[in-house]
Design a protein around this ligand. Sequence first.
Ligand SMILES: [Mn+2]
Length: 318
Amino acid sequence: MEKILERLKDAKTIGIVGHVRPDGDCIGSCMALSLYLKHNLPEDRIIDVFLEPIPNKFLLWKEAALVKQTNDSHIIYDYFIALDAGSKDRLGFAEVYFNEAKTKINIDHHISNTGFGDINLIVDNASSTCEVLFNLFDEDKIDLEVAKALYLGLIHDTGVFKHSNTREKTMNIAGKLIAKGVPFSKMIDETFYQKDYLQNRILGKCLLESKLFLDGKCIVSSLEKDTLSSYGVSPADLDGIIDQLRITKGVEVAVFLYETGHQEFKVSLRANGDVNVSKIAVLFGGGGHVKAAGCTMEGSVSDIINHLTNLIEEQLIK
Ligand SMILES: [Mn+2]
């Protein structure tokens, strides 16, 4: 597998794709690999990146403006590389290029990866796809722009080195990237923690109006459609609200719901203790992980909360 980059040296055309609704690791790994190849291969090579629109906060490289968002050109790539995508259907509009490419490469860290490439490099104990890429690269050839991209993936997939996927190796890599001059304080603030004014206002409203249930072991907050429009926010502005609810002292389960259609709610669940929230989400056609799951539910806010708190209570008293 270390020979992957060796093989790419002979390629005339290389395509790179991440997954739909790209996150920090997806964008970081696509930018890292494309810039690394561009900076280390002869200039006549065609290296294209395909991604859905990149959120403004992740536009950290001038080359991000060259990322392609359509599949209307007809080109069969020598190599097409999928990054951070657990299955082929996650590739979105660029899947057609992947399917037609002469050699398909799949690099990822999801344990559930289906191995859909001709060549697959799945490192399921790596914190991020960026960590996998770091190990493929020649350290001396990693310049500041590539280092920034790799660092972005590390901080986003580890929740800034907080999640359990953070290993000693992850921190060692982060240290090496910092030594390359990555502006880490600024990147962490501006890509991870920063909220705009509207996002802060809606977070404040959710916290102010949150309610405790089950002797303070469960916290719930909800937003109806009218509120979303009167505050001028969209679902993307609600990221992080559930995490703020979850860290309330004494809380075992946090629930956040917002209305997506008439009496239809998107529900997020987070657990601190032993409650398996995935089990609850699955009952309503959703899913996720033991401590973080989601589903869509119908009914009034009070009915949904009743339903959920009953199920949470059942697990709490076991
Ligand atoms: Mn990832």
